[in-house]
Design a binder for this molecule. Structure first.
Ligand SMILES: NC(=O)c1ccc[n+]([C@@H]2O[C@H](COP(=O)([O-])OP(=O)(O)OC[C@H]3O[C@@H](n4cnc5c(N)ncnc54)[C@H](O)[C@@H]3O)[C@@H](O)[C@H]2O)c1
Length: 365
């Protein structure tokens, strides 16, 4: 069942994304990365994924390299901090890791972003492999080379663009994901339909039952299509000077809500609410037919995603949105929808436009 999707960087081959239903072909794909085999491997994970898949991976890899060591972070966004990276640096130094060694990120977006950042900066860069285990990380965060950590209360404030050498997606690991985590990934999946593929949006409407029942073919089609979308965007605009910012659709208000919820709402849930707010603002400006907003809300709800946030103050969300690092002065840039499947950026939102979008998801959405 293995499928391969190559990703280019600056018009040259950069890495493969492998889609499989087990870890069986991991080793054969690692040794294809470069002619000389890695000496040492450090598998980096979090304490939940550790109990689920670390032994499997260790069993597969441990007799194949001079040494295979493991490092486990506590799980969750709260640990996506420089202090966690420092502990990993220290561990790599103690274990004499050099540039001929390799890190493997086994986990969701938090582990992937942190391991990638450690790989980008340790000894000015050592190789790393992404083995994403959440739906969100399989369809989004493991691809495209954005790595980093949160700083103070700012999300992803410190980081680097640094490409993995391989992304290995084992679709079967999605079976152990808690339902709400799966739903969070669906937020990003639906985002691709909204911003760039109408027919995929329609397909998602028609395959709710198959996806909820984890039908292997439907899952493969869904994850593969999202990776194709992400590949298309990051190849065209690797460093986010232009269309890569379309991937931020729903994220600006989403991040603000995530922050104000004290991270009690998950990232994907907040993105879902943020997409509704951004679509409402698109309707308000006359860019989008209100029927599309209704269709989007219906699709999000059918995949167990929220379309509103309660018990939050509009002005606080506005303030948090405007303090987001992407905001400059009075001009507010936002990703809007012109249709389902067609995004654009619009530079001239006013604070009041934002207020209306936020109010919609806090009061009516
Ligand atoms: N780099 C990028 O381009 C990019 C893009 C989007 C999001 N992100 C980042 O990704 C992070 C969110 O990622 P996430 O949603 O994967 O969260 P996460 O990494 O925190 O994982 C969510 C939870 O699921 C658990 N988990 C992981 N895999 C599991 C499995 N197979 N079975 C059971 N439990 C499992 C984890 O232990 C964790 O508790 C955020 O920090 C966000 O900023 C990065």
């Amino acid at each position: 069942m293995q499928k391969i999707l190559p990703v280019n960087y600056n018009n040259e081959f950069s890495y493969n994304i492998i889609f499989d239903a087990s870890f069986d072909e991991l080793y054969s794909n690692i040794i294809k990365i470069k002619s000389k085999k890695y000496d040492k491997i450090c598998i980096v994970t979090d304490d939940i994924v550790d109990t689920l898949y670390l032994n499997d991976l260790r069993d597969i890899l441990s007799d194949k390299f001079k040494s295979v060591i493991t490092f486990t972070f506590p799980h969750g966004e709260n640990y996506k901090q420089i202090s966690s990276i420092e502990k990993l640096y220290q561990y790599l130094i103690e274990n004499h890791f050099t540039r001929s060694d390799c890190l493997i990120a086994l986990g969701g977006g938090v582990v992937g972003d942190m391991t990638g950042f450690a790989a980008a900066t340790y000894l000015r860069g050592i190789d790393f492999i992404q083995i994403p285990t959440t739906l969100l990380s399989q369809v989004d965060s493991s691809i495209g080379g954005k790595t980093g950590v949160d700083f103070l209360s700012y999300k992803n404030m410190v980081g680097a663009f640094y490409m993995p050498k391989l992304v290995y997606i084992n679709l079967n690991v999605l079976r152990s994901l808690p339902k709400e985590q799966f739903a969070c990934g669906m937020g990003e999946v639906i985002k691709y339909g909204c911003i760039m593929r109408r027919e995929f949006f329609d397909w998602l409407q028609d395959h709710v039952a198959a996806i909820q029942q984890m039908d292997p073919e439907a899952l493969l089609h869904m994850v593969y299509t999202c990776c194709e979308c992400k590949k298309e965007v990051v190849e065209a605009d690797p460093l986010e000077h232009g269309i890569r910012s379309f991937l931020n659709f729903g994220h600006t208000i989403g991040h603000a809500i995530e922050k104000l919820s004290g991270f009690s709402l998950f990232h994907g849930q907040c993105v879902s609410i943020g997409m509704v707010a951004a679509s409402y603002m698109s309707v308000n400006k006359g860019f989008l037919d209100s029927k599309c907003l209704d269709q989007l809300k219906e699709l999000l709800l059918s995949y167990d995603l929220p379309v509103h946030a309660r018990d939050m103050d509009i002005e606080s969300v506005l303030e948090a949105t405007r303090s987001d690092k992407k905001m400059a002065g009075e001009k507010i840039k936002f990703i809007v929808l012109k249709d389902i499947g067609r995004a654009d950026s619009y530079m001239d939102f006013t604070p009041d436009d934002l207020r209306q979008g936020i109010s919609y998801v806090l009061n009516e959405g």
